[in-house]
Design a protein around this ligand. Structure first.
Ligand code: KG4
Ligand code: ZN
Length: 325
């Protein structure tokens, strides 16, 4: 079995995965959403302190599996340095005390492998990652061959939902809050700018849209918020739709996946599904509970890395806020 730890942002999670069968034997996650909600976003130092409290508690619950462990996996990048460190320190302590190897896992690869939890992997897969940290389109041919074809130049898709919710003083995380509010709103009421609409660039950008929402909110009343949320969600999703349309002309899709916390967004799912239909392409999604950050996806990558013999050194394994994959 492999023990895996995830602490790249505001979720403390631990999983136990069986190497041979890929079965998930244990998974527990403690989210810090409530603690960060009053700040309208994640406060790194507070997050690190909460991980230091939560991770030992969850590890205690997984103790019965310790004698069967063959390796300890941990997210090392990308993410918040101070929170990644908490997970890495725990992982090192467990690996050292049990005398088993360490596996350092890339969080983005983790989101891709959230599709394969308790399953065999399958490729090639054109994958859109939409999370709080990333908006990235990737051609995934195998574990070793992941090519980014488009990414955000500034804010991410999920982050823009978080910031819009913060502007409306609605709490954190903004994604589910704005999605719910938008359900009763009028998508056409505010003509917000669809990012990079005229640009031939294959890239994403959300800072301009965020500022347009800010100006709209300044002139609005509280009862307008649902229409602003709906109009914002429309522009945010249409931006992705327009860029995918452009990309599909160069590279027609076959197997397409959306992963990451914001892949839970129903409007995004619907519009991408529509886009795929004329190509006869299939849309793959992770189970809802594994869209947002979790340790099961880290464990699934770790099984792959264990099979490939990709271990890390106990003394030199470090963390990085940037993606090293
Ligand atoms: O993958 P994730 O849990 O953490 C990162 O790796 O960043 O993604 C969290 C992000 C947050 O920005 C959250 O607001 C967004 O995903 N999110 C959503 C929805 N659910 C979560 N964004 C839009 N619509 C949603 N339904
Ligand atoms: Zn994530």
């Amino acid at each position: 079995m492999i023990l895996s730890i995830e602490s790249s942002c505001d979720d403390s999670a631990v999983a136990i995965s069986e190497i041979k069968t890929k079965k998930l034997l244990f998974h527990k996650k403690i989210s810090q959403e409530l603690e960060h909600s009053i700040y309208g976003g994640v406060v790194p130092e507070l997050a690190a302190r909460l991980h230091a409290q939560a991770l030992p508690k969850i590890l205690e619950d997984a103790k019965e599996y310790f004698s069967s462990l063959k390796a300890v996996a941990v997210t090392t990048n990308p993410g918040l340095s101070v929170t990644l460190l908490e997970g890495v320190m725990m992982a090192k302590a467990v690996a050292h005390s049990l005398g088993i190897p360490l596996i350092g896992v890339n969080h983005l690869v983790g989101h891709i492998y959230s599709l394969f939890i308790e399953k065999e992997e399958f490729f090639p897969l054109t994958t859109l990652l939409v999370s709080g940290g990333h908006t990235q389109l990737m051609e995934v041919k195998s574990f070793e061959s992941i090519k980014t074809v488009a990414k955000s130049m500034d804010d991410s898709f999920g982050e823009s939902f978080d910031k819009v919710a913060k502007m409306m003083s609605l709490g954190y995380p903004g994604g589910p809050i704005i999605e719910k509010l938008a359900k009763d709103g009028d998508r056409a009421r505010y003509a917000l700018p669809i990012p990079l609409h005229q640009s031939p660039k294959l890239a994403f950008s959300y800072s301009g849209l965020k500022n347009a929402v800010r100006l709209t909110i300044e002139d609005a009343q509280k009862e307008d918020y649902k229409d602003i949320a709906a109009s914002f969600e429309y522009a945010a999703v249409m931006h992705i739709v327009q860029k995918l349309k452009k990309y599909f002309k160069i590279s027609p899709p076959k197997n397409f996946a959306i992963v990451g916390g914001a892949s839970a967004n129903a409007y995004l799912r619907e519009r991408v599904q529509e886009l795929l239909a004329p190509y006869g392409a299939t849309l793959f999604l992770s189970e809802l509970k594994y869209c947002s950050d979790n340790a099961a996806m880290i464990g699934r990558v770790a099984i792959k890395m264990y099979e490939l013999g990709l271990f890390s050194d106990l003394h030199t394994l470090g963390v990085s806020p940037k993606s090293l994959a």
